[in-house]
Design a protein around this ligand. Sequence first.
Ligand code: AMP
Length: 289
Amino acid sequence: MIVVDRIATMQALMRQYRREGKTIGFVPTMGYLHDGHAALIDRAREENDIVVLSIFVNPLQFGPNEDFARYPRDFERDRRIAGQHGVDVLFHPEVDEMYPAPLSVQAVVKARTDVLCGRSRPGHFDGVATVLIKLFNIVMPDRAYFGMKDAQQVAVVAGLIRDFNFPIELVPVPTVRETDGLAKSSRNVYLSPQERKEAPALYEALKAAAAAVDRGERNAEAIRRLVREHIEAHTHAEIDYVEVCSYPDLTPLSALAGTVLIAVAVRFAGARLIDNIMVELPAADRRGE
Ligand code: AMP
């Protein structure tokens, strides 16, 4: 595995691979790797000649009161895990390398930001889009792998790739969970033992919502209430949002139809957690409206 921290080195290396006709799979992350990241890497390993993993905690996507400074970091551990999963190139730039000067041009995400994490984290997706434009131009991948745990991110990145004509196939990868259902996340290490015990209630609530939809529930307000009540009954977390929207355009729904995303974000004292579940319904199903 080659470890690179310079953009120019990275671009020269990637140009070489392209000249050799190799396909390139790219997994962008903020590090502190877990099995969710590993699922993305493994999928990229199956589908490409070269696998590039980036580890970069991007300051642009953190709000002023968010956890940029205390975001967990352990590069030596990450390097070992990346090697074990067959990563060919590990790109690990410093902040100064990625942002040597204030940006003269910055991306602004116009669609899908007035809901979910876009609403509670203003500017977050602008920061994500900006760093991905840079990373896509540095890595020049054929495919890029993103986790469905961040479903809104997948939808926003699909828009970015389409709007800016990046010749990149976006590959969404299902959420990897702990055995008790908690979605794996780098931030889970910041949960207190009590919070860790309560945290599986998020996915339990989402599964209960999906079961209600299976039984015929089509009213979004009823679904939101069910999720809220389950989380309130089983955790001390403060609910940031519970939303029911269409996917991938992320329009809030009053009646469920088509591909529906049920998504939740909560704040524990230790960490903010998100999770979601997707349900498929006939598009023409208008019952309940
Ligand atoms: P992060 O390092 O948290 O920015 O995540 C990097 C990538 O890994 C993103 O595409 C995430 O959606 C994905 N990811 C994070 N957690 C999981 C998980 N539990 N299952 C699948 N993918 C994940």
